[in-house]
Design a binder for this molecule. Structure first.
Ligand code: CA
Length: 430
């Protein structure tokens, strides 16, 4: 479709409308790689915990583009110097930054041993993709420049910071979108004001001094969203099953067992050796189709794990600190006594994040490239936010990994299991 009719709009729950004026953006939205993101859940298995949290990577990608578009407009309205040569580059990079996501977004990155950023760059640079062809036909070398912005190797740190930084369009959109979709209200913050108080200053993005509390609200929203949504034990339980299914399928294949493969891209996906074409063929729907066929297959473990995933018979968890290190062998024996293979039914899940990636803590050095800077126009001084904010100091120093042990519910309910947990608790306390 051409853009001869003028402006295109998408209705959007976060931004009201998403406006497209540039035919290049429109052509990129209509590539098969971008349209594939409609079939990938933004929050992976979070819908097990929050039924509303099943929105797609596609709407988030449009949202990131829209936030960058609004940022550039706000720079102009306020008369801030912004290099307009970069307009198209950063809007395209925002739109395409997540194009490399695997099925269920982050949930399978460990299984595939590649992060989505690697795939985003690979897809944009690969001559077989439509996004590559659209970019190169617009301007030779554009694909590489866009990939460089996403990979943070583009020469202008200012251009990169709009797409990925501590206060970037990506985080601004996903926090608002995920909070709206899940119904977790304390993940919200004043997005319009953040966009209004950002300004380019030489090679970095700074925040107007008077907006300290707006920044605090944003960082606290991020903190709450991690604890309430991204680290939710039920959401992680879904990931544990998802990884278990694919690990089991991989083990069966390498043992020479045959597996029903409802799509040709499944075999390379399970073995982990994928071409760009095969990677792009995979989405959430194909995995559901595979699970639906494996739930009746000959292997009892694969069958059971698929049924658990399809019908939400999730494992239950206890904090790892209540188990490790003394109780784990006893628990593995107990899991075996219940008739389960502990390799799949006694799983330690570990996750962690950094809420604000700039440390003032005793053992870590501050990283200036990862700071959020407040700018005082009168004095011309810039100040790093956590140095003037107690709440930000508190969350900036919080970066412990979160570990949980997952077992099937019947094991979890076994008084012997609860006894081990309580016993460890008592030892830990004394
Ligand atoms: Ca993103």
């Amino acid at each position: 479709m051409s853009m001869s009719e003028g402006e295109k709009v998408f209705k959007d729950p976060v931004h009201g409308y998403i406006y497209v004026h540039d035919p290049l953006i429109w052509d990129l939205i209509n590539t098969r790689e971008m349209q594939r993101l409609r079939r990938i859940r933004q929050l992976g298995t979070t819908y097990f915990a929050y039924p509303g949290g099943d929105h797609s990577r596609f709407s988030h990608s449009l949202g990131v583009y829209e936030v960058i578009r609004q940022m550039i407009h706000a720079f102009d309205r306020n008369g801030y110097p912004w290099p307009h040569d970069y307009d198209r580059l950063v809007m395209v990079a925002g739109l395409l930054h997540d194009v490399g996501h695997a099925p269920f977004s982050h949930a399978l990155e460990k299984f595939l041993q590649r992060r989505h950023e690697w795939w985003s760059v690979a897809l944009i640079e690969s001559p077989v993709t439509e996004v590559h062809q659209v970019l190169e036909s617009q301007q030779p070398g554009l694909a590489k420049a866009v990939a460089d912005v996403i990979a943070k190797r583009f020469p202008s740190p200012l251009a990169v910071s709009l797409v990925s930084g501590q206060l970037d369009a990506d985080r601004l959109d996903y926090l608002m979108r995920d909070s709206l979709a899940t119904g977790v209200d304390y993940g919200k913050f004043d997005l319009a004001r953040i966009i209004r108080v950002l300004q380019p200053l030489e090679d970095r993005l700074v925040v107007r001094q008077s907006a300290l509390h707006t920044v605090e609200a944003y960082l606290l929203a991020r903190y709450f969203m991690y604890w309430q949504v991204y680290f939710h034990p039920v959401s992680r339980a879904g990931e544990v099953l998802l990884r278990g299914i694919l690990d089991r399928a991989r083990t069966l294949l390498s043992a020479g067992e045959s597996l029903l493969m409802p799509h040709p891209a499944l075999l390379p996906f399970v073995t982990g050796e994928l071409t760009v074409e095969e990677y792009l063929a995979m989405d959430d729907m194909i995995l559901y189709t595979a699970f639906a066929s494996w739930q009746d297959g000959p292997d009892p473990i694969l069958r059971d794990l698929c049924q658990r995933f399809l019908y939400r018979r999730l494992f239950k968890e206890v904090p790892w600190s209540q188990v490790a290190p003394l109780g784990i062998d006893t628990i593995r024996d107990l899991v075996r006594a219940h008739g389960y293979d502990p390799g799949y039914y006694c799983v330690v899940d570990e996750t962690s994040t950094v809420y604000y990636d700039y440390y003032l803590g005793s053992d870590r050095e501050p990283n200036h490239a990862n700071a959020i800077w407040l700018y005082d126009k009168r004095s011309g001084r810039i100040t790093e936010v956590s140095s003037v904010s107690l709440p930000i100091q508190a969350i900036a120093s919080e970066h412990r990994p979160l570990r949980r042990l997952y077992v099937p519910e019947d094991v979890w309910r076994d008084p012997a299991f609860q006894h081990i947990v309580q016993e460890q608790d008592r030892r830990g306390a004394s």
